[in-house]
Design a protein around this ligand. Structure first.
Ligand SMILES: Nc1ncnc2c1ncn2[C@@H]1O[C@H](COP(=O)(O)OP(=O)(O)OP(=O)(O)O)[C@@H](O)[C@H]1O
Ligand SMILES: [Mg+2]
Length: 381
């Protein structure tokens, strides 16, 4: 069990380019931290610095209250699981599982007991005599995980451990990771490209871009209150819609005015009344200015739902032409014409709009996020 603290950690390779820049994170014991971000943003490098496989250029790494920058990898008590399994091909499954204990000179009986315990918990006991070449991808990954947990490490460091598996197996293994973490409670840092893995496994998600942490928070908060436009568009699929609009006033209330250019063919007011902290913040800092409004596709709805949700009056209809309609059974996804890119609405399955139709949509004002047009930071965070 371990808590891990990264303080102003930086990584520069020989070419002098900063690959990880001022990384700060305080990981509590038993946490399941997920790193996400575009390819090349520094996820693996950060993980490798924690594991001790890569030097830390600047900053401090503390594990369980001990400064570990110069502690050897094998002294750090971490177990790493990679995408490509890293099994010993000429050893049996038993040999692979037992290896880490044997080199640490554990008594034979203890080794045998633990191998069977771990194999049972991962349902690979029947495979103990086989070699890695005779295993499926999923089975290999179980063995790799087994050899990571058998040492009872202080923490697991996992770099895209499921990315070589097919979709079905991935889902299955994801559930098993969740169970395993619940049972063992071992601090885990997990790198993935998969949104579902990030949202379902993480106690906290760390979103990175260009070597910098953009936001580190619970999955719910990252989804609901993204710190900036990048996070808003990176997490969630289809991504959050972003619309430029202007902050104004109507009947003494702060409103967001949707850009006229979008649908000048239509009369009617395209404005949204705001309430609470957001209204106050916009009134004081952005009156008359342009901002970016963010709304998730599932927070867009048709008139009837806006009425039953009680916000039909505070949000005037917003009319757009349907480009593409996708029927997914439990919902209908409409892709609508917009200035630069798609505007996406996830609607109730009753929706009947076809491509080419105009559709009037409403936004739940309570679900709206607003970003500064220049910095792209969330105005409330
Ligand atoms: N040994 C190295 N020398 C120089 N540059 C490196 C080295 N290792 C990694 N990099 C660079 O550091 C950056 C971050 O790499 P890293 O592997 O951490 O990214 P990542 O977020 O894990 O990406 P991916 O999602 O593709 O695995 C990349 O631009 C990469 O080219
Ligand atoms: Mg990587």
């Amino acid at each position: 069990m371990a808590d891990i603290l990264l303080k102003n950690v930086c990584k520069k390779f020989d070419n002098g380019r900063s690959v990880v820049d001022d990384f700060n994170l305080n990981i509590a014991d038993k946490e399941f931290i997920v790193f996400v971000g575009p390819s090349g943003c520094g996820k693996s490098t950060t993980l490798r610095m924690i594991a001790g496989l890569e030097d830390i250029s600047e900053g401090e790494l503390w594990i369980d209250g001990q400064l570990c920058n110069y502690v050897e990898a094998r002294e750090r008590g971490m177990s790493m699981v990679f995408q490509n399994y890293a099994l010993y091909p000429n050893m049996t499954v038993y040999g692979n599982l037992a290896f880490a204990l044997k080199i640490r000179k554990y008594p034979k009986q203890e080794v045998d007991k633990r191998v069977h315990e771990v194999a049972r918990s991962l349902e690979i006991e029947h495979l103990l005599k086989r070699r890695p070449s005779d295993l499926s991808g999923g089975q290999k990954q179980r063995v790799a995980i087994g050899s990571a947990i058998i040492r009872k490490p202080k923490a697991f460091l996992m770099d895209e451990p499921l990315s070589n598996l097919d979709a079905k197996l991935r889902t299955q293994m994801r559930v098993e990771f969740a169970k395993l973490h619940k049972a063992l409670g071992t601090t885990t840092i997990y790198v993935t490209h998969d949104q579902t893995e990030a949202m379902t496994l993480g106690t906290r998600i760390v979103v990175m871009k260009d070597g910098k942490v953009q936001q580190a928070d619970t999955p719910e908060r990252i989804y609901r209150y993204p710190a900036n436009r990048f996070v808003a568009e990176f997490i969630g699929s289809p991504p959050m819609n972003i619309l430029e609009c202007c902050v104004g006033q109507e009947n003494g209330q702060t409103v967001l005015l949707l850009d006229e250019e979008y649908d000048s063919r239509f009369s009617g007011k395209r404005r949204i009344y705001l309430k609470g902290t957001l209204a106050k913040c916009l009134f004081h800092r952005y009156m008359g200015k342009k901002v970016l409004m963010g709304i998730r596709p599932e927070d867009v709805c048709e008139y009837e739902e806006a009425v039953s949700g009680g916000f039909a009056d505070s949000c005037a209809g917003f009319t757009k032409r349907v480009k593409l309609r996708e029927v997914l059974g439990s919902e209908v996804v409409l892709y609508l014409e917009d200035k630069e890119k798609n505007f996406v609405a996830r609607l109730k399955p009753e929706n009947k709009n076809q491509a080419g139709d105009f559709v009037e949509l409403f936004f739940n004002p309570e679900k709206i996020q607003v970003f500064d047009k220049d910095t792209e930071e969330n105005v409330l965070l």
